[in-house]
Design a protein around this ligand. Structure first.
Ligand code: MLT
Length: 329
């Protein structure tokens, strides 16, 4: 080997060792600055509530602030695209609900692939929904609501958080089961949709208990039913939609935490450990119980637990959405 070639090879080897060392060092130091947790819906809504609740114990576990950032629009797909394209270094994380599984069927031109563009950190929380109306809406109970909607359907507004949001899916299910089409109004999250329900600008909204329980308890909205098959401990007097005649009506919203594809395994392990710590935090546990939201078993708060669930949910929703012929684009 000539001298020049040997020098070049040695220099390359040194650079490679140095590179690996730097990478190992930066992974060991992770996180050495604040971490962003991207929420795909507006501030104040249910996803945002969960993100801000767990950001506090996650910050404690990571030793760095976890900053919640809202990137809204297109049923969560704008935020998912942003995270899929972010640097895979652990500083951009993503929390999303089952919209991650319905998006591939709902959006024919999706600019991310939930199964190829992300690393999986773990499942987060399972949340039931409630069917609500503005406080002064004429129907006093669910039976009166059905009668009222049958004659006034098109004049009644039903808010949602955009195509592919769970409020949208819940509303579609409700309309198809009662056989009435309502005037649907999209928002950038059920946070702003709820503001308009409270202000009387829209009539109905199907939304998660992480936002709705305190408002129902304070009598600020009218509630017609819960979307779980059994009554909720937080709202024992509120009947299920199933028991009021909508047989099998069940919507439970699962959530997961993701990072961009290629985020190093040691970094993912630290984030997963922080998520697990957050889900065992006494304050988080108590608050979620008050909101009738379930913490998944520990084995599901894991990369494999989330990935397996996401794959199964994509397979479950694709034929349902195709059959219904609903497309967001
Ligand atoms: C939100 O956080 O605004 C909701 O989760 C949106 C939705 O209904 O999917």
């Amino acid at each position: 080997m000539n001298f020049k070639l040997k020098t070049l090879l040695l220099a390359c080897a040194a650079a490679a060792t140095l590179g690996a060392g730097t990478q190992a060092f930066s992974q060991a130091a992770f996180p050495d600055k604040p971490v962003s947790l991207v929420v795909p819906f507006a501030a104040g809504g249910p996803t945002d509530v969960v993100a801000r609740m767990i950001a506090i114990p996650m910050s404690k576990a990571l030793g760095q602030t976890v900053l919640v950032e809202n990137t809204v629009g297109a049923g969560g797909t704008i935020a998912a695209t942003r995270v899929a394209r972010a640097a895979p270094n652990g500083y951009t994380l993503f929390i999303h609900h089952m919209g991650m599984a319905t998006a591939p069927a709902l959006y024919r031109k999706l600019s991310f692939d939930p199964l190829k563009d992300f690393e999986y950190i773990g499942q987060v929380v399972d949340v039931p929904m409630t069917l609500l109306a503005r406080k002064d809406f004429p129907a006093a109970n669910f039976s009166e609501l059905q009668t009222y909607l049958k004659t006034n359907g098109k004049n009644v507004s039903l808010a949602n958080a955009g195509l592919g949001a769970v409020s949208h899916l819940c509303g579609l299910l409700f309309m198809s089961q009662i056989g009435v089409e309502l005037n649907t109004i999209p928002y950038k999250g059920t946070g702003p949709a709820m503001n308009d329900l409270l202000g009387g600008q829209v009539d109905l909204l199907c939304d998660q208990t992480t936002q709705t329980v305190p408002l129902i308890k304070d009598g600020r909205v009218k509630v017609y039913g819960v979307t779980s098959l059994n009554r909720l401990s937080a709202l024992p007097d509120v009947p299920t939609l199933n028991e009021q005649g909508l047989k099998g009506f069940e919507v439970k919203v699962w959530h997961g935490m993701y990072a961009p594809k290629g985020t190093p395994a040691p970094v993912l392990e630290k984030i997963n450990a922080a998520l697990r710590a957050a889900m065992q935090d006494p304050m988080v546990k108590q608050r979620l119980a008050e909101l009738s939201s379930d913490i998944p078993p520990m084995e599901k708060i894991s990369p494999a637990g989330l990935k397996t669930h996401l794959e199964a949910e994509i397979t479950k929703w694709a034929p349902v959405i195709k059959k219904a012929g609903i497309y967001a684009d």
